[in-house]
Design a protein around this ligand. Structure first.
Ligand code: MEV
Length: 455
């Protein structure tokens, strides 16, 4: 049984982290090594993935701690270049545990394939002809991939849409819904559409132009909910901007009286203030696309980090998320925040989640394999549930910071390290230069260079 709570993880050396991760996940250190050793994707393997390969490119991989999802502890690998994301998600997961953790569900893993049918003389007759052949069309698709069928997947439905007005006038669109089980499914769907096209042409008398999956995979949804007891939201910021990791191990203090102060000198926030601040922030994203884009970007900070760690197609997830956010004709928030009858904070997130655990980079990339093992994921649905939980945690981390002390306070301590490195600091000097810049409140490369030069 994995234990996702590893106290003081951030204080350990890289080797010690590997050991404690192995202990917490009951895995061998060797199995986990690809998570902490950079560059394990050999150029020879990379060459089989894309064209013109000359190298591989590494990004930081951190572990999202404290996650409990549907009663199960999960250690979550997150690949991301942005400071604060891993710590923010881990801290919010810690708060969510106080309300039982995250509760997540998924729909069946059904993808949509689209066929654009042009030059149809009689659209109504064409529709009828396809409907009459529905069962045999589905059977034909099932014949293409008998293994998927055996695993419980397969073609599920044919749906027809008439596009009445477009730059080229009217045309017909055929949707094939296809249960792809634990695959991401792009290859299965695209193959099925290409194979089905000649029969669609014969039935409609038209010409099947595009045959490709839709990334608006709204038949393959993941949903998550968390309840945060209002009292655990209270906190106090330290008067100085120390270099303790953002959020990760920050102590949650009881409310310090009614009022709260805010600003560089620090402040205290009651649970109710934090809760209401988060709900007000959500209201902004719910109605304003300019804010919703940033709000959803915060969700995708968490989502993409896990999608990338597991070798999945993050562009597909991004495309699906934003198309879904605009499904009613106006771009809006993917998450919701409100309170329950007891005054506790309740968050939800719903989004399409087309991820797989078989095939593609998930199979080829050693780090992706180790990431899936560490999470103990057995199905693509379980992975999807973890991903939305991290997205919701990340959203809450951002809203909590924005609604209270502002985003820069937490961001700056980690950002300062990057600035120090950019100015040429190494070893112990990274912390020293970063700490001094943060104390001075000036986090800039020119200042870091001066500190390094003893000025
Ligand atoms: C930064 O990467 C993400 C945030 O802008 C998200 C948000 O504003 O909700 C902090």
């Amino acid at each position: 049984m994995t234990n996702s709570r590893i106290a003081g993880f951030y204080k350990l050396s890289l080797d010690e982290r590997l050991d404690s991760l192995a202990k917490a996940s009951e895995m061998d250190v060797e199995e986990l090594a690809p998570l902490l050793t950079s560059g394990l994707l050999a150029a020879q393997e990379a060459e089989k993935m894309v064209e013109n390969v000359v190298a591989t490119h590494n990004l930081p991989l951190g572990i999202g701690l404290n996650f409990k999802i549907n009663g199960v502890d999960r250690l979550v690998p997150m690949v991301i270049e942005e400071p604060s994301v891993v710590a923010g998600a881990s801290f919010m997961a810690k708060l969510a545990r106080k309300g039982g953790g995250f509760f997540a569900t998924t729909s069946a893993p059904e993808m949509i394939g689209q066929m654009q049918v042009l030059d149809v003389a009689d659209i109504h007759a064409a529709k009828m002809a396809i409907y009459e052949e529905r069962d045999s069309l589905l059977a034909e698709v099932d014949g293409i991939d008998p293994i998927l069928k055996k695993l419980g997947g397969g073609a599920r439905d044919i749906e027809l849409r008439v596009i009445e007005s477009s730059p080229i006038g009217e045309f017909l669109v055929v949707h094939l819904t296809y249960d792809v089980r634990d695959a991401m499914g792009a290859n299965a769907v695209n193959t099925a559409c290409e194979k089905l096209a000649p029969r669609i042409e014969a039935l409609t008398g038209g010409r099947v132009h595009l045959k490709i999956l839709s990334n608006l995979s709204d038949r393959r949804m993941a949903r998550v909910r968390c309840v945060i007891p209002v009292e655990v939201l209270a906190f106090e910021t330290a008067p100085s901007l120390g270099l303790s990791p953002v959020g990760g191990e920050k102590q949650v203090l009881p409310p310090q009286g009614e009022g709260f102060r805010k600003g560089a000198e620090g402040g205290s926030f009651s649970g109710e203030q934090v809760r209401d601040g988060i709900i007000e922030a959500y209201a902004f994203a719910a109605v304003d696309p300019y804010r919703a884009a940033t709000h959803n970007k915060g969700i995708m900070n968490g989502v993409d980090a896990v999608v990338i760690a597991t070798g999945n197609d993050w562009r597909a997830i991004e495309a699906g998320a934003h198309a879904y956010a605009a499904r009613d004709g106006k771009y809006t928030s993917l998450s919701t925040w409100g309170k329950d009858v007891d005054g506790n904070l309740v968050g939800t997130l719903e989004m399409p989640m087309a991820v797989g655990i078989v095939g593609g980079a998930t199979k080829v990339h050693p780090t992706a394999q180790a990431a899936l093992k560490l999470m103990g994921v057995k199905t693509a649905s379980e992975l999807a549930e973890i991903i939305v939980a991290v997205g919701l945690a990340q959203n809450m981390a951002a809203l909590r910071a924005l609604a209270t002390e502002g985003i820069q306070r937490g961001h700056m301590s980690l950002h300062a390290r990057q600035v120090a490195i950019a100015a040429g600091a190494s070893g112990e000097m990274v912390e020293k230069v970063a700490a001094q810049m943060v104390t001075e409140g000036v986090v800039r490369v020119d200042r870091a260079e001066k500190i390094l030069g003893g000025r």
